[in-house]
Design a protein around this ligand. Structure first.
Ligand code: PRX
Length: 656
């Protein structure tokens, strides 16, 4: 952890919601918000229990609310029984079976609509298909698929039979997939022949074949392949099954598996401070509750909304705000297969116009790149259907916020800047749009019932306008339950002793004089590159595994569009390349290597070569120094403890 955290925030603009928005909001006005916060403070368990009873259809009601006896392994509503897929589908059949659940727009702009009745039938059919492969409650199923109706069907079908899904983002490499299959000892992989992105066919099944060929995946007995692109693929008759063959003849009703509230709904791997990704394990009841209340409060969800979250289901945002939250609320939502820049940078705006989207939720990186590629483009489309905008995944700079607000939202739509994490399952700090006046770049105030604080290294609260570690002081329903297979890492990562029992988020932040939260960045070795979470250690150990590399250190530096860029400092086993052509060649090889081992999103933007790395006499790499060098800033740190000061000049040199 870094020691002193100083704030450089200077933003002073404030944007209150319009009277018209406040009037219609689910939570309307500060007094209503404060009353909810008070209710949570006065009777914490009673507050959450009431919400859990109001929002979730329980098969068996719970009597216990929060069990802290085995902290930090908290349990919520533990003796209650439910099924998450029942809560997302069956509950709507009596009231709105013919409402559109999904408006799926493919890469080539073909649109397919699916009603709740149809989605229910498809999920049941696929759930029966999974059961026909003897996949049952508690089994792990890896999903490696494109954005599609089928991926939602696959996730919901797992939930229906109590199987635990682990979705792996389609951009991850075979090695990453292999590690995740092995760590979860998955019994099945659901994939597609390929995915379509920006008019290109990108293989998926061949990546699964490679992953299995790497070994350690003997637990897998079925690979289910959805035919998306019609690509030629290798077929292993022992393992491989076509999706369409498997569902043929399966019944379109399927009794859900009633599970208890703490039954794991899914595992989702994310990066941490070590080289090995962590399998974040979520519960059923508590997670679902978080997804639902945040839909109501933060997205001010109304049955007439057309909701669109652009995140891929490979990330937590796509779990909570594509697969689970909107369906549990009975929403109509847009699901998009493609990319924002194909066929041109107007794609998002065109889709908002054609589907009459009311609520649009995307990442700051996407906003920044669309400003760059066509800042005037939104003006060519009718965006009058929009009533609310949201951002997620990384800090948004005030300039991008202002553009989003004025050009996309036409100064009419509140922006909800939502701070949360894979581990928190749903929004933690975000403006309730009918309550909070927003400030560009601030995620504002915690959700009612979420007890946040900013503390120093000793876990003591710091005064306002002073930076510190962001913590959540009380357990909350949607939080991570453990790291799959590694409870000790869970305890150490999130509940270190100095934090006095609070959940340590891993971010630094400060509160301004109005109590608004401003996220300043990570306190650990985690980068946010285009909103994707990457561990510097993961990239370092991948580089170090290359036969040419003796040692590597990876740091982030600010990037205009991606938020952060990856800079790698590398020491080769042989001689350091000197001329520009040789440097370029080796750097390209190493970039390709990282792309192959982790995925293209982890490729370093810049690689610098040195004869060694700056280290203290005790052998610790001085990363702060490397960060300064990567940014091209003047070195003001104390370098007196440096073993090899001469190395600094060498590393400053950028060969282009
Ligand atoms: O550093 C924070 C940043 O993203 C981290 C969580 O990443 P991940 O688990 O991939 O989840 C992303 C989607 C919820 C956080 O620790 N982060 C997330 N949202 C924001 C943010 N930083 C600033 N502002 C946000 N709104």
């Amino acid at each position: 952890m870094s020691t002193s955290i100083e704030s450089v925030m200077q933003e002073t603009r404030v944007f209150p919601p319009s009277a018209a928005f406040v009037e219609q909001a689910n939570v309307s006005g500060m007094a209503a918000y404060e009353a909810m916060c008070r209710a949570a403070e006065q009777d914490y368990e009673g507050y959450w229990a009431k919400l859990a009873r109001e929002n979730i259809v329980w098969h068996k009601p719970f009597s216990a609310v929060l069990d802290e006896s085995n902290a930090p392994f908290f349990q919520w509503f533990a003796d209650g029984e439910l099924n998450v897929s029942y809560n997302c589908l069956d509950r709507h059949l009596a009231t709105q079976a013919d409402k559109t659940a999904l408006i799926f727009e493919a890469d080539d702009a073909k649109v397919t609509r699916v009603t709740y009745r149809e989605l229910h039938a498809r999920v049941c059919q696929f759930a029966n298909a999974l059961r026909s492969r003897n996949i049952k409650k508690g089994d792990r199923v890896v999903i490696y698929m494109p954005m599609s109706i089928e991926v939602i069907v696959a996730m919901q079908a797992c939930a229906r039979i109590g199987a635990i899904h682990s979705v792996v983002f389609g951009g991850f490499s075979s090695k990453s997939l292999n590690e995740r299959i092995e760590d979860a000892t998955a019994c099945a992989v659901i994939t597609a022949d390929a995915q379509m992105r920006g008019g290109k066919v990108m293989p998926l099944k061949p990546v699964v074949d490679e992953a299995l060929a790497m070994g350690g995946c003997d637990s897998v007995h079925s690979i289910i392949v959805y035919r998306r692109a019609g690509s030629e693929i290798f077929w292993n008759a022992k393992l491989d099954l076509w999706w369409h063959d498997l569902i043929a003849g399966q019944d379109t009703s399927c009794e859900p598996e009633w599970v208890n509230s703490e039954h794991p709904l899914f595992i989702l791997y994310t990066s941490g401070s070590t080289g090995k990704p962590k399998g974040v394990q979520h519960s059923s009841g508590g997670y679902l509750l978080g997804a639902m209340v945040s839909m109501k409060w933060v997205f001010d969800y109304k049955p007439s909304d057309i909701f669109w979250c652009t995140a891929d289901v490979g990330w937590v945002t796509g779990h909570s705000y594509v697969c689970y939250g909107p369906l549990a609320m009975g929403a109509t939502q847009v699901v998009f297969e493609g990319i924002p820049t194909f066929p041109d940078a107007g794609r998002f705006w065109k889709m908002i116009q054609s589907h009459k989207v009311t609520t649009f939720y995307t990442a700051p990186t996407a906003i920044r790149s669309l400003i760059k590629l066509g800042g005037e483009l939104p003006k060519q489309y009718d965006l009058s259907s929009l009533r609310l905008l949201g951002t997620v995944g990384e800090p948004i700079n005030p300039e991008a916020w202002m553009w989003y607000y004025t050009v996309v939202g036409q100064s009419r739509c509140p922006i909800v800047d939502t701070w949360w994490q894979t581990e928190t399952g749903c929004h933690m700090i975000a403006p309730l749009p009918g309550v909070v006046a927003t400030k560009p770049g601030s995620c504002t105030l915690p959700l009612p019932g979420i007890m946040t604080a900013i503390v120093n290294e000793a876990g003591e609260a710091v005064p306002r306008e002073q930076g510190g570690f962001l913590v959540i002081t009380r357990p909350f329903p949607s939080q991570i339950r453990t790291i799959w297979g590694d409870p000790e890492r869970y305890r150490k990562s999130y509940f270190p002793e100095d934090m006095r029992g609070a959940y340590l988020a891993g971010d630094s932040a400060q509160c301004d004089k109005d109590g608004y939260f401003w996220i300043m960045g990570r306190i650990d070795d985690v980068l946010k590159v285009s909103g994707h979470r990457l561990g510097t250690m993961e990239i370092e150990s991948t580089l170090a595994a290359n036969p040419l590399v003796a040692e590597a250190a990876v740091v982030g530096k600010p990037h205009e569009i991606k938020g952060e860029a990856i800079v790698a400092f590398v020491v080769l086993k042989g001689a350091r390349p000197h001329d520009a052509a040789a440097v370029k060649q080796v750097a390209e090889n190493l970039r390709a290597w990282v792309g192959e081992k982790i995925g293209p999103i982890a490729k370093p933007d810049e690689i610098r070569f040195g004869d060694n790395l700056p280290k203290t006499r005790s052998g610790k790499i001085m990363r702060r120094l490397l960060r300064t060098i990567a940014r091209g800033d003047e070195i003001t740190q104390d370098v007196s403890t440096l073993e090899n000061p001469a190395i600094l000049e060498q590393l400053k040199e950028v060969v282009r």
